[in-house]
Design a binder for this molecule. Structure first.
Ligand SMILES: [Zn+2]
Ligand SMILES: [Zn+2]
Length: 100
């Protein structure tokens, strides 16, 4: 029985620890921002089926998901001139956004 040397096992185990700490901003009362370029220079435009958020900086648009500012529930948007009110099932009706 020949004496076999043990195979070389590389023991360069570099343990990488990425300590990501994501600072979560408050979801409530955040101004609307463009999903593409993060610009706050946005306006709400009525779309075919739903309202969309149109960015005046990059001219991108994204469907708008409206949440009630008071309770966070899904809300419908009511247009009043340049102002948009969020109206939720619980009966809240609050100013959601004003178009520039
Ligand atoms: Zn943009
Ligand atoms: Zn509400």
């Amino acid at each position: 029985m020949p004496d076999q040397p043990p195979g070389e096992a590389p023991t360069t185990g570099v343990v990488r620890r990425s300590q990501e700490q994501r600072a979560q901003a408050h979801p409530a009362a955040t101004p609307l921002r463009c999903r593409h370029c993060d610009s706050p220079d946005v306006e709400i435009t009525p779309g075919k089926y739903a309202y969309a958020l149109h960015c005046r900086a990059c001219h991108g648009s994204a469907p708008l998901k409206v949440r009630c500012p008071a309770c966070g529930a899904d809300a419908k948007l009511e247009r009043d001139g340049a102002r948009f009110l969020a109206h939720c099932r619980a009966g809240h009706r609050q100013l959601y956004f004003t178009n520039p």
